[in-house]
Structure formats: structure tokens, C-alpha cells
Design a binder for this molecule. Structure first.
Ligand code: PRP
Length: 177
């Protein structure tokens, strides 16, 4: 909190009412991606937090965790692990389902992507109920990883500044509006 970069990041997120369904306030990060200085500020804030913390892996959640995760991974010298929606990965995979408003969805991770004891950070654009991040944490822990923290650009106010999911801290930059 108090970092002057946060206002620019917040201003670059467009809130779209009633998308993709009536009653949903959609936080659109695409305007932020069109402003390289702001995009860089967001990545830099995560890099500054995780550099030097012996993080072996950044695990990004499909789809928008794939936009921010690799930039963070490269900057801190960590590997990038894509956590994918079902039936996308060709190899043996761990699978964890989670509950949505209607029905369930699932995240998968290749077996062998991470070694027992390796330290990991999970990255996504937004946390709402936390169901998606919780599934990601369970996936990594099934492989024996040490999940250090989850990182999101946007979170519900309850996640600001620090909240826990499955006992793991959630670090967010800005609150959803
Ligand atoms: C959004 C968002 C997170 C998830 C957060 O993804 O990018 O991954 O919802 O919600 P939760 O905290 O309630 O679990 P979405 O379901 O829109 O999937 P997509 O990235 O494939 O579009």
C-alpha cells in the first residue's frame, strides 16, 4: 500500500458491468496491457516482492495468469508452470476440480513439472471466491511443492492486503471495483 504505481494500475483496469452475464462486474485487464509502462509496473511489483526468495517456480492459471506469470518467472529466474483447463495437457497430469456458480471446472498440471520441496508462487489476474486459487494450491501440494504465496493483480476487498487460502497468503495489488 502507498506505492505510487498502484493508482496507475487501478486506473488501467476497465470495469465492464453485466459481462459476461447480467449482474457480473467484469474487471478487464486488456487496457493495462496496452500501456507498456503500467504493464511493467505491475510485473515489477511482483518481481520486487519475489526476487531473492528462492522461488523455483511461478505457476500461472489459464488464461490470464499466462499473461503475467511468465514475465515474473523470467525476471526472478524461476521456471514457469502452466496450470491448464481440462484436457489441454498431453502428458500425465494431476487434476483438481473446483466449484463455480453453476457447475464445476478443473485445473490440470503435468506430473514432473515441480519437484517435492520446490518453492512456488501461483499467479492469476483476479481472485473472487478463491476457488480457482485453492485448486491451484492443491495441485501444487499434491506434487509436493511448497506454495509460498498466491499473487493477483485484482482482488475483492477482503483480500486486501493479506488474506489466506488453504493457509497460504494471497497478495493483491488493487481492489476490484
Ligand atoms: C477468472 C479469473 C480467475 C477466476 C477467479 O477466470 O481470471 O482465474 O475467474 O475466480 P474465483 O476466485 O471465484 O475462482 P475465468 O473463470 O473467467 O476463466 P478464464 O480465465 O479462462 O476466462
Amino acid at each position: 500500500a502507498g506505492d505510487p504505481r498502484l493508482q496507475g494500475i487501478s486506473d488501467a483496469i476497465r470495469v465492464v458491468p453485466h459481462f459476461p452475464k447480467p449482474g457480473i462486474m467484469f474487471n478487464d485487464i486488456t487496457p493495462l496491457l496496452l500501456r507498456p509502462a503500467v504493464f511493467k509496473d505491475a510485473v515489477d511489483m511482483f518481481v520486487e516482492r519475489y526476487r531473492g526468495m528462492d522461488i523455483a517456480a511461478v505457476a500461472g492459471i489459464e488464461a490470464r495468469g499466462f499473461i503475467f506469470g511468465p514475465a515474473i518467472a523470467l525476471a526472478i529466474g524461476a521456471k514457469f508452470i502452466p496450470l491448464r483447463k481440462p484436457k489441454k495437457l498431453p502428458g500425465d497430469a494431476f487434476s483438481e476440480s473446483y466449484v463455480l456458480e453453476y457447475g464445476t471446472d478443473c485445473l490440470e498440471m503435468h506430473v514432473g513439472a515441480i519437484e517435492p520441496g520446490e518453492r512456488a508462487v501461483v499467479v492469476d489476474d483476479l481472485v473472487a471466491t478463491g476457488g480457482t486459487l485453492s485448486a491451484a494450491i492443491r495441485l501444487l501440494e499434491r506434487a509436493g511443492a511448497d506454495v509460498v504465496e498466491c499473487a493477483c493483480l485484482i482482488g475483492l476487498p477482503k483480500f486486501k492486503d493479506f488474506y489466506k487460502l488453504n493457509g497460504k497468503p494471497v497478495y493483491i495489488l488493487v481492489e476490484s471495483r
